[in-house]
Design a protein around this ligand. Structure first.
Ligand code: UD1
Ligand code: CA
Length: 462
């Protein structure tokens, strides 16, 4: 491919989204639409990518950062006017220019490459990417002549009753000879139903001045889907989910019910991992090989190393080292780490804590702001008391310590290696290595006193 430029149109308001969030920042599979577009465009290796920004320009720039240059379209006078804003950067340059919208998140780099190839093969001055739509409503229609060559594009609002029936649509993606693009842009006018400078009119302008105009029809309409409202946004999410899930399955991941498994775009998964239905894997999550993730689990921005297992649990911004497992009904809150083969079970919550290799916390435990060594056992109902209403405090428990059930570990505190805390203790002083700590009231037994309460008589004969 010869040297080329890319323009991403992203200045429109997105009125039909009825949103405070600027349209191209709405997410598909967890990633802003414009991110998807930029990622694919970048794979065609343009020498420069220019994004036309207007509404929400600050937010869009913050999203894309240095991966794009920017021009500001202060008033949104149409797609042709938007492209014209790039003239300060592109006018007079040799080469081809790709124009694409920021609201078509499903388009792939492969299709863009095919479009460039078609353009070159036909020695065209402009090539429009088209698709055959079952329901073309809302899109511009491709008007071809009796020789099947493209004549022009007509917007739905300007189309005659006959033209509206045409099912070949304009995807809003084009390749232009850069110099001819800018000379044609200066000839645009606003004589149309929307009073806008339509980029689509460039096709007719170039054709009428004797230049070769081509159309490349892609095989999948779905890939060209433009998101203008929440209904098409849902459609895009659904299609993207299917695409992502298929890719993982092709890479050796078992999805037991792909229709109900939601995996965001940046998630990585190793082979021989098994994922049940109703699972959400989000953000920058990395999952190793031979992992099992049971139904009802949500994993966000986390790392699950090889051979880990998560059953009906929520894992946020945490790490499970090899062989560790969580659940059922565990909640790992941010900055938690389960060491190799560690286990947290039923109704265990962990926050900002590191559990060493082989640590076990099987039932009803809260671990907060703690550093726990190897093979420590936390009995049922152990609670780390890390908050006094104002400040958070840290705990440290060293290797092989054994914490009896229903103990309160009042931070700040240090429990030494091999130490034992008796069940039911409230521990608010450090426990040295190898020591036993008992922090509970001594039991009192009063013979015969139970009769006073008479309760066993009541239970008889009823
Ligand atoms: C446009 C095409 C239509 C095509 C469809 C494909 C025109 C006139 N129409 O219609 O033929 O079928 O895309 O999805 O081009 N934008 C600006 N500045 C503006 C106006 C728009 O930057 O002044 C940006 C928008 O942010 C958006 C893109 O251009 O990312 C397309 O604009 P939109 O209003 O969505 O055009 P459509 O009506 O979808
Ligand atoms: Ca659109």
């Amino acid at each position: 491919m010869s040297s080329h430029y890319a323009i991403i149109l992203a200045a429109g308001k997105g009125t039909r989204m009825k949103s405070k969030l600027y349209k191209v920042l709405h997410k598909v599979a967890g990633k802003a639409m414009i991110e998807h577009v930029l990622t694919q465009v970048a794979q065609t290796m343009p020498s420069e990518i220019i994004t036309v920004v207007g509404h929400g320009s600050k937010a869009v720039k913050a999203q894309l950062g240095e991966r794009s240059s920017y021009v500001l379209q202060e008033e949104q006078l149409g797609t042709g006017h938007a492209v014209l804003q790039t003239r300060t950067l592109l006018d007079g340059k040799n080469g081809e220019t790709l124009v694409i919208s920021g609201d078509t998140p499903l388009l792939t780099a492969q299709t863009l490459k095919d479009l460039f190839e078609h353009h070159a093969r036909n020695h065209a001055s402009a090539t429009v990417l088209t698709a055959q739509a079952d329901d073309p409503a809302g899109y511009g229609r491709i008007i071809r002549n009796h020789l099947d060559a493209v004549e022009r594009i007509v917007e739905q609002k300007d189309a005659t009753a006959e033209e509206v029936k045409i099912q070949e649509i304009n995807t809003g993606v084009y390749v232009f000879d850069n110099k001819l693009l800018f000379s044609a842009l200066s000839k645009l006018n606003t004589n149309n139903a929307q009073g806008e400078y339509y980029l689509t009119d460039i096709i007719e302008i170039l054709k009428n001045s004797g230049h070769t105009v081509a159309a490349f029809q892609m095989s999948s309409f779905e890939e060209s889907l433009g998101v203008n409202d929440r209904i098409t946004l849902a459609k895009a999410n659904c299609l993207m989910r299917k695409r992502i899930n298929q890719l993982h399955m092709m890479n050796g991941v078992t999805l037991l019910d792909p229709a109900s498994t939601y995996i965001e775009a940046d998630v990585e998964i190793g082979n021989d991992t098994i994922i049940e239905g109703n699972v959400s894997l989000k953000g920058q999550t990395k999952i190793g090989s031979n992992v099992f993730i049971g139904s009802g689990s949500e994993v966000v921005d986390s790392v699950l190393e090889d051979n880990t297992k998560v059953i009906r649990s929520v894992i946020e911004n945490s790490i499970l080292r090899k062989g560790a497992n969580a659940g059922p009904y565990a909640h790992l809150r941010p900055k938690s780490e389960l060491g190799r083969n560690a286990h947290v079970g039923n109704f265990v919550e962990v926050k900002a804590s590191t559990l060493g290799e082989g640590v076990k916390a099987g039932h009803l435990t809260y671990v907060g702001d703690a550093k726990i060594g190897r093979k420590v056992n936390l009995g049922a109902g152990v609670i780390f008391v890390n908050y006094d209403g104002k400040n958070k405090f840290n705990s440290q428990i060293d290797d092989y310590a054994f914490i009896g059930s229903i103990s309160d570990i009042v931070a700040p505190i240090h429990i030494g290696k091999n130490a034992v805390v008796a069940a039911g203790s409230t521990v608010n002083q450090d426990v040295p290595e190898d020591a036993l700590a008992l922090g509970r009231a001594r039991q009192v037994v009063k013979e015969g006193y139970a009769q006073r309460y008479n309760h066993y008589h009541q239970n008889d004969d009823e």
